[in-house]
Design a binder for this molecule. Sequence first.
Ligand SMILES: NC(=O)c1ccc[n+]([C@@H]2O[C@H](COP(=O)([O-])OP(=O)(O)OC[C@H]3O[C@@H](n4cnc5c(N)ncnc54)[C@H](O)[C@@H]3O)[C@@H](O)[C@H]2O)c1
Length: 341
Amino acid sequence: MRVAVIGCGFFAQNHLNGWRDLAAEGIELAAVCDIDPKKAETAAKTFGVPRFYTEAGAMLAEEQIDFVDIVTQMDTHLEMVKLACAKGVDIILQKPLAPEWSAAREVVDTARKAGVRLTIHENFRYQSPMRKLKSVLDSGAIGKPTWARIAFRTGYDIYAVQPYLHQAKRFAILDVGIHMLDLARFFLGEVERVSCEAQCRNPENVGEDTATILMRHRSGAVSVVEVTMEARIDPDPFPETLVTIEGDHGAASVGPGLAARITSGGQTRAEDFGSPLLSWTSQPWHTVQESVLRTEEAIIRAWRAGKDPESTGDDNLKTYALVEAAYEAAREGRAIVPAVN
Ligand SMILES: NC(=O)c1ccc[n+]([C@@H]2O[C@H](COP(=O)([O-])OP(=O)(O)OC[C@H]3O[C@@H](n4cnc5c(N)ncnc54)[C@H](O)[C@@H]3O)[C@@H](O)[C@H]2O)c1
């Protein structure tokens, strides 16, 4: 399968490494594109890609590819998706779908009308510790999950590599909270209502940098989703997602250092849920980096088997609906029913 990557910035390096690792599974990096010629050229040289472009339309006109991998920022997603749909190629799109709900829906509708497969690169549910935790739940070891806390709390200087985040009008919930909300769906299922308190604790930030979200799931379970880039905790677990899930006859948690504890039938066992280091991953980012490869691998395997990957555009709209509900809940000071669930 031939892939072209659009956007060769900070996070795309992980996508490119992932595709290179998947050469063994028949993936060929056909071309890369970035409006910044230096970034496009450097990516082509680094990853042995035969051609690079500075204009996505030109690349799509020239190249024979099976799918595009869009790793630009969200304000360009709709435009890039329209180009790929005009060419009739399948699409992998980085989160978030778009800056706001109407555009997110348009992205999904555009792909549906064009008859192309759209999958969102939602990688947090593919992190090794999250996958292992899900298999504990699926094994029935803790019984029916009834309560969860899913937390991304850090003070790590993420602004060094993503300076645009200082200016984001919608920041913590849309940028990282979206992953936590997706994990809440992954572990506990769809959501009935959402409450949220949002704060801006760093005056250099335009948008909210902290959110505390409370959700009632359809199953009756309750989850607390916490996200902040302004924690002052030591040790700082960046970029680990820490999770506690309680069930009706046990509990499972992933704590700092990705140390897991599973209580089942009155017995507690400790396990290491850490991710392996790959040749191109390095701490502290390795858990996130490895999940990029796992996400790509899962999408390709599903497509090849003629199945839908987990995070189709339609599925990811349900996560995006939680983002919207959280903003509305914070604004209005009341619980909100998500627009799709
Ligand atoms: N899933 C995760 O864990 C994770 C982590 C970080 C970032 N992201 C997401 O990745 C995406 C990119 O973020 P980033 O930090 O790499 O941003 P970035 O600004 O470093 O990279 C984006 C690149 O896209 C290029 N670009 C912009 N418009 C373009 C166009 N029309 N055609 C071709 N190239 C274009 C820019 O020149 C830039 O090099 C965002 O959607 C962000 O939310 C995801």
